[in-house]
Write a protein that binds this ligand. Structure first.
Ligand SMILES: [Zn+2]
Length: 451
């Protein structure tokens, strides 16, 4: 009888040990599962990022836009000035979930207790959307103070603008889709970028748009039987084929099927007019082709590339250079609005603005908000949205409305004067060597987009 007791005790101990082992194993199992649960990992990393954000203040985004392949942010931050302490650097930080940072040095200045910042003073610089790797990024403002303090601030949308959807330039039929958006995490408002792979470009999204100048009943400049509208169309078709050979998806503002009496010059702000269809193409770049006969430049001739305002002129300079080198033509001798050899930025002058405003007064509409950094050429201005100060909002009843005048998605646009109609040698060169001019354009695009 006495023998049984220790035996049953032994079994009990074994059972207790077994239960304990099972309990510990399930604890470990739950922990391993939790550690590997992607949602929990993301949540942990996210809470780590937000725990480092200064909760006393949030930066206000007043303007954000894409222009061409770049993205820019402008905004303000209220700061408490402490005597003797300065802000030495301001960076926009793209922080991914692994805590890796991409820093973009911001332009900034502060007056009283407000810091104003912008990612770039050049509309086609800033954050390069083409080189962003697939990931989720939180956008933070990082201020480095003279006492070595570093503070991170999240960004909230104080602008009227909505999220941006952007598709990167086609490379071997491959794109990334980029969504720039605002959201809230534990009551902290933030701005973020999601980059994901997207192999199918939506039907209505293009890489490049070509605008053959004039068309319909507007023949442009002429010399004998030669008409600008016909030559630019011929060039545009050839250029489209060459750009497509690089794998790009190309949109044309007209293809020559327009009626010969179509009023292409005056209906450009109609729904299916030149400006609205170009904006709807969501292209990253627009190349407008012209051969003009400017009365001020009759004896000079040559190549002129017109670039947007407040712009990095690298593309425009290379375009002028490659056009000259490939075609055997020469840089225009025109000096007005010249920024570099063959490169021009034609903004409104004070005189233009005076004339413009008095016309508005005479016709009974509120003058536009035009400044000396507003592009004069409509094809550049009205396809760039807020980046270029597009203004055709319908107040002038003599033409329609650019539905995209207030868009934060801008097309990087250049107007190319291939030469001068009235200069016989220019015309002869343009007629006899289209492939060489086009090769110069294609080479510049290829280099710019690393194709
Ligand atoms: Zn023209």
């Amino acid at each position: 009888m006495k023998k049984d007791k220790p035996q049953s005790q032994g079994i009990l101990i074994k059972v207790i040990i077994l239960l304990f082992v099972i309990f510990m194993c399930s604890l470990i199992f739950i922990k391993i599962r939790n550690d590997n649960d992607p949602n929990r990992i993301i949540e942990k990393q996210r809470s780590e990022i937000f725990s480092n954000i200064d909760k006393t203040n949030t930066a206000n985004i007043t303007k954000f836009y894409t222009y061409g392949t770049h993205f820019n942010i402008e905004g303000t931050l209220d700061i408490v000035k402490i005597s003797g302490i300065q802000i030495n650097f301001v960076d926009l930080i793209l922080k991914d979930l692994n805590g890796e940072e991409i820093a973009i040095k911001a332009d900034f200045n502060y007056l009283d207790n407000t810091l104003a910042f912008s990612t770039s003073s050049e509309i086609n610089s800033g954050i390069d959307l083409e080189t962003l790797a697939i990931n989720d990024y939180y956008i933070l403002l990082k201020a480095t103070y003279s006492n070595s303090d570093v503070k991170y601030y999240s960004l909230s949308n104080s602008s009227e603008y909505e999220d941006i959807n952007y598709y990167t330039i086609s490379k071997e039929n491959h794109h990334n889709k980029i969504n720039i958006y605002f959201d809230t995490y534990n009551e902290t408002k933030y701005m973020a970028i999601n980059v994901k792979e997207e192999n199918n470009l939506p039907e209505d999204v293009y890489d490049i748009a070509i605008d053959p100048g004039h068309g319909g009943k507007d023949k442009g400049s002429t010399n004998g039987d030669y008409k600008e509208a016909d030559i630019t169309l011929d060039y545009a078709k050839k250029l489209k084929t060459e750009l497509e050979n690089l794998g790009l998806k190309v949109f044309m503002s007209r293809d020559g099927t327009e009626a010969s009496n179509a009023d292409m010059a005056n209906n450009m702000y109609d729904d299916d007019g030149r400006i609205n269809i170009l904006n709807a193409s969501k292209a990253k770049m627009l190349l407008s082709l012209h051969i003009d006969n400017d009365k001020y430049n009759k004896e000079k001739g040559g190549i002129e590339v017109y670039a947007p305002n407040n712009c990095n002129l690298e593309f425009a300079s290379n375009l002028a250079k490659n056009l000259v080198e490939n075609s055997g033509s020469y840089y225009s001798g025109l000096n007005s609005f010249k920024k570099a050899e063959g490169v021009y930025v034609r903004n409104y002058t004070n005189l233009d603005i005076l004339a413009f405003n008095s016309r508005a007064n005479k016709n009974g509409y509120e003058p536009y908000n035009v400044t000396t950094s507003t592009p004069y050429l409509y094809i550049i201005r009205e396809t760039g949205g807020i980046a270029t100060g597009a203004f055709v909002d319908g107040r002038n009843k003599s033409y329609g409305t650019n539905k995209y005048y207030n868009s934060n998605y801008g097309i990087e646009a250049y107007s190319i004067q291939l030469g001068y109609m009235g200069i016989q040698s220019d015309l002869d060169n343009i007629i006899s060597k289209p492939d060489s001019y086009i090769a110069g354009i294609v080479k510049t695009v290829q280099e710019y987009y690393n194709l």
